[in-house]
Ligand binder design. Structure first.
Ligand code: BMA
Length: 331
């Protein structure tokens, strides 16, 4: 039995695996949990991140407004299923006035570390995407730090503790558009401001062996610490004659040198098959940005964007995901 190295979360949203489930991840039966109308002006609510907070849950939500502007909004929930999302976007303070200018913000992750909730997101800096970083204690006041990297970059995902004495963050260098390439790198920082020692972690698989991840990949939720290494859920993309299709995969990373990949599943763990995943503003997208874990039972609840329109929830366990990742790994 593998173990998640994290606190118990007895109120983690949960449903047992249905008899007819295929693959290691199964969907919440009442998906989507958040529709298009998550707040006053929203056109869509997706690619969002949640964490346990004060006995309930808090989150940072990507709501594209009806003007089709991408921005971040805080939200709260008692049960992780029903959410109350603010109508006004998050206002940040701190950093440099230059860094505080917002062109657009999207695809947040939230990482609890050293008593703070750190938020990372794709930040439009002079209309070029890079990784924005901020922290909050209460999801009301947010202090923005320096952008982590130069443009162009997306999918900044922190590790939830220092490793070898330094902070680490995964990211996916990109271009200014819909990026037809992309591999995952790990960068290190002594202070969450200066990032360096960039290491290649893993890239696309161009062969027929695992074509769902042949165009680009990117890290998803904050990696899950287990007694066998870091369990990473990520997204992978293939280019079809109908455009991109986004699916989810899993990998197991070395605990001390997480750019070393021990196992990586050739089969996807979840792909767009349900109507709300296949039909929406951008069809055929599942995009994971958060995972709640229960250290006592090994349960994992994955929050993911569906067709760039609504938010879904899916479940697995550390045992299911690890054994699948190993069984379908490249040998
Ligand atoms: C990526 C990001 C995601 C989005 C995905 C599919 O490049 O923009 O926010 O979910 O494309 O459109």
């Amino acid at each position: 039995m593998a173990k998640i190295i994290a606190a118990a979360l007895p109120n983690i949203p949960w449903q047992d695996r249905p008899q007819n489930a295929r693959g290691p991840v199964w969907r919440y039966s009442a998906n989507p949990i958040i529709g298009r109308d998550g707040n006053k002006r929203s056109n869509s609510v997706f690619n969002s991140a949640v964490v346990p907070y004060q006995g309930g849950f808090a989150g940072i939500f990507r709501c594209d407004s009806r003007s089709i502007s991408m921005d971040l909004f805080a939200g709260f929930s008692d049960d992780g299923l029903h959410w109350k999302i603010d109508d006004e976007p998050i206002q940040m303070q701190g950093a440099d006035a230059e860094v505080l200018k917002v062109d657009y913000r999207y695809d947040p992750r939230v990482c609890f570390m050293d008593g703070r909730y750190y938020v990372s997101w794709c930040n439009g800096y002079h209309n070029m995407p890079t990784i924005g970083l901020a922290y909050t204690h209460d999801f009301r006041t947010f202090t923005q730090l320096e952008n982590a990297f130069l443009p162009f970059n997306r999918n900044g995902v922190l590790f939830p503790r220092r490793i070898g004495g330094v902070y680490m963050m995964m990211s996916r260098p990109s271009d200014n558009g819909h990026t037809p390439f992309g591999d995952i790198f790990v960068s290190q920082s002594p202070d969450l401001e200066l990032w360096g020692r960039h290491r290649y972690m893993m890239g696309t698989i161009k062969s027929n062996e695992s074509a769902w991840q042949s165009t680009k990949i990117g890290p998803g939720p904050i990696p899950i610490e287990t007694d066998e290494g870091w369990l990473l859920i990520y997204h992978g993309v293939i280019t079809t004659c109908n455009g991109f299709v986004y699916r989810m995969g899993s990998a197991l990373l070395d605990i001390d040198e997480p750019w070393k990949v021990k196992y990586r599943s050739l089969d996807y763990i979840l792909g767009p098959t349900e109507l709300y995943e296949c039909v929406g503003d951008v069809p055929n997208v599942v995009f994971p940005c958060a995972a709640l874990t229960d250290g006592a039972t090994g349960r994992i609840a994955i929050y993911y964007g569906c067709a760039d329109t609504v938010t879904g929830l899916a479940f697995t366990t550390v045992d299911e995901l690890l054994s699948f990742t190993k069984e379908f790994s490249r040998r």
